[in-house]
Design a protein around this ligand. Structure first.
Ligand code: GLA
Length: 442
């Protein structure tokens, strides 16, 4: 791959990508024989602020990473998809594209390619061409896995971009992003649209403000968000991945849906929590119970929709969850204003407030994340720090003055190890470019 081309994607980090792309092409040729491969890529993301707001049609402000997933593909004449991985620990997989593709075991990585393949077959209503493919997502260039940095959405988006290209489907980027977010429901989690939108719409060097509520024509509002000069976005990965991410995630979705249903008698048109964003909290608060069970909601005729795994005796903490979403939306708007005004101090304060809300009202933190956030605050030059992503482990994101980055790396790493016995992996986010077709190689 030409360095100039890689520079337009990776900026200063382009030179180190040359050998990574060469290796991927090499493994591809070994697996499938000589000839051309089309190269697609999709980045992971770190969410600066706006957590668990997207599926409530609220605001988010993510930044794409320069860490990505490469998908090399050679189109096939038939609907077969064959996949190998540069990491030999991932066994080869094959499936056939159809409107009903059997899924692999829960959690298997190939489900993130099966999802968009099935959705595209349903959407286009014709037989699709598959491909012989190779995934390259190894460290240090790949998106860290199970870390709340959206490696799974990057895989979904890479698969969708490749399949769309091979099958001559050329939707607008926002349309494709929306398609990808629904395609990912194939794996069972009812996530929102943030991860797929940032993966596709990111512009290098900038964050992305996204209003997750579509207008009457189904279009979304986005705008680039300038990152504060003289500051760096640091990510510290706790290395913890709690098993309850999936169950806990759907439960949070249920709690928000319960809030919507309980507010409906007074807000007839409400479909998502966003619809009451302009009402004062004091007006909403009295109508939201601290807790209510799924069975009690059922007795009031309230069903929570297609959410797998909700037991009747599950207690939902409705008021606190809705309060988080309501206050978080306000913080995202304030964060965008702070970024536009170049006010890193105000932005940092908002990150801290967002963390407190995620920890106390949304209850998605854990001891390891708390240890990282505490350690971050002990470093002089840290404007703010918070958990990022779905929660229950994963990473924190911190806004750090450029000159304080070495102190941050040393102190947070040391302190975290002393408190938890674990190693945090810490790296700076260089806001990367959005997903797409890179070019052809051989
Ligand atoms: C996951 C989901 C996103 C979003 C975040 C929480 O990453 O995929 O849609 O809901 O969690 O903000």
């Amino acid at each position: 791959m030409q360095l100039s081309l890689l520079r337009s994607i990776y900026g200063d980090g382009a030179a180190e990508q040359v050998s990574r792309y060469a290796e991927a092409l090499d493994v591809f040729r070994t697996a499938y024989g000589p000839g051309e491969a089309l190269i697609f890529r999709a980045p992971g993301r770190v969410n600066l602020i706006g957590e668990h707001t997207d599926y409530n049609h609220g605001y988010v402000l993510p930044v794409a990473l320069d860490r990505d997933i490469l998908l090399l593909a050679r189109p096939r004449p038939d609907p077969a998809v064959n996949l190998v991985n540069v990491e030999s620990s991932y066994a080869a997989v094959s499936f056939t594209i159809s409107p009903a593709i059997p899924s692999a075991a829960a959690g298997h990585w190939s489900n993130y390619i099966r999802g968009p393949a099935q959705a595209m077959a349903q959407h286009l209503g014709r037989t699709l061409r598959g491909f012989d493919g190779l995934i390259s997502a190894a460290a240090p260039f790949g998106v860290p896995r199970a870390a709340g940095l959206s490696s799974s959405s990057a895989l979904t988006v890479a698969g969708a971009v490749a399949l769309a290209h091979i099958n001559d489907w050329r939707p607008e980027k926002t349309r494709l992003a929306q398609f990808c977010s629904e395609a990912e429901w194939y794996v069972g989690t009812r996530g929102g649209i943030m991860d797929q939108f940032i993966a596709l719409l990111a512009q290098r060097g900038q964050g992305l403000f996204l209003d997750c509520r579509p207008d009457a024509e189904g279009r979304y509002t986005t705008s680039p968000a300038p990152l504060p000069a003289d500051y760096r976005i640091l990510i510290a990965n706790s290395g913890v991945h709690h098993d309850n991410v999936r169950g806990g995630f759907n439960q949070r979705v249920a709690e928000c849906r319960a809030g919507v249903a309980l507010l409906r008698p007074r807000h007839a048109d409400i479909t998502h929590l966003r619809d009451v964003q302009d009402a004062p909290w004091a007006q909403l608060d009295p109508h939201l119970p601290e807790t209510i069970t799924v069975a009690e909601l059922g007795q009031r005729g309230i069903r929570l929709g297609d959410l797998p795994g909700l037991a009747a005796d599950l207690s939902l903490r409705v008021k606190a969850r809705c309060r988080h979403v309501w206050t978080e939306n306000g913080r995202v708007l304030a964060a965008l204003a702070a970024m536009r005004g170049g006010d890193a101090t105000a932005l940092g304060r908002l990150l801290d407030q967002a963390h407190a809300s995620a920890r106390d009202d949304y209850e998605i933190s854990c001891p390891e994340i708390e240890s990282l956030v505490r350690a971050a605050h002990e470093v002089d030059g840290v404007a703010g720090a918070r958990l990022t992503g779905a929660g229950w482990g994963g990473c924190i994101v911190a806004l750090v003055r450029a000159g304080a980055v070495p102190d941050f790396e040393t102190h947070v790493g040391r302190r975290y190890h002393a408190e938890t016995g674990r190693q945090a992996s810490i790296f700076a986010c260089r806001a990367g470019a959005g997903a797409g077709w890179v070019g052809a190689g051989r």
